[in-house]
Design a binder for this molecule. Sequence first.
Ligand SMILES: Cc1ncc(COP(=O)(O)O)c(C=O)c1O
Length: 365
Amino acid sequence: MPSVSDRLPAFPWDRLEPYKTAAAAHPDGIVDLSVGTPVDPVPALVRRALTDAADSPGYPTVWGTGELRDAITGWCERRLGARGIGHRNVLPVVGSKELVAWLPTQLGLGAGDRVAFPRLAYPTYEVGARLAGAEPVAYDDPTELDPEGLKLLWLNSPSNPTGKVLGAEELRRVVAWAREHDVLVFSDECYLELGWETEPVSVLDPRVCGDSCAGVVAVHSLSKRSNLAGYRAAFIAGDAGILGELLHIRKHGGMMSPAPVQAATVAALGDDAHVAEQRARYTARRTALRGALESAGFRIEHSEASLYLWATRDESCWETVSDLSKRGILVAPGDFYGPAGERFVRVALTATDERISAAVRRLGE
Ligand SMILES: Cc1ncc(COP(=O)(O)O)c(C=O)c1O
């Protein structure tokens, strides 16, 4: 049996284990700013919606309940400024990572097809291409790619790991190029609600896609926005033809979001107050960490949005990881996101206020 895992890169987080052990040896405990997993409570109204729907003996549907589709279309109009989005333009997914990893396969891509993503990127775009047997291609400017065989173009704004945001004009230019060359655009916007120095724009904004979402799909997740990483709540919105095809495949594949999670998602999308509260927590942590890193000799690049600070001391990322681990702080080496990140580290804002204060103290020592 040929091994599918042979197509995939080594799982990078295993390389961080020795530094995690070193950081955990700090007398006051580890400050883990590596993975970026939410630590704050699930909002009470979301938990209530989940438990109220706990008695769900039947199978949920892949397309989701009518209430869920209404909640998604409403949110896309209200929050993204999308126009003309109906039920056929939305599809729940079981967390966005599974969608990213399996999309090329579900689109039927394979040998001879190319899948492009930013040079510095969330590693799962490449994993998805490799799982399908397609060719992964990293870009600096997508419009400089050779469109031959290019079937899927990933955008990611705000970016993980750099926090960079693409403006409406830049997105419009890329979407126009992709449409001209018949390349499908998937825009991963899971940090859209976490803009600090700028207001991120969706690919579904009419300034970007015009009056139609043809050839364009936005990917959204509630993991970061609503602290729901443990619920696996996400969705895609855009081109009805593409989503119809994915719905068909995913029905056969049994890729349905659990009914209580669907109910929780409706509650979360209908409430902006908890998002504002969570943003305030991250704003304070970001200000404190940014100041402490800069005082400790780091330069921060981009980072105008998302849950990370992209920091460098102009040395190998592994030197920085090693040095910080001795102070009990664990960060992610930039080369996890591509060789272009080898002199950066990614510092997550996802730790409690108490742990962020500990990191700030240690950086000042
Ligand atoms: C850019 C990006 N896309 C997708 C995901 C996956 O998020 P989830 O599977 O929790 O929706 C992440 C998670 O960190 C991410 O950084």
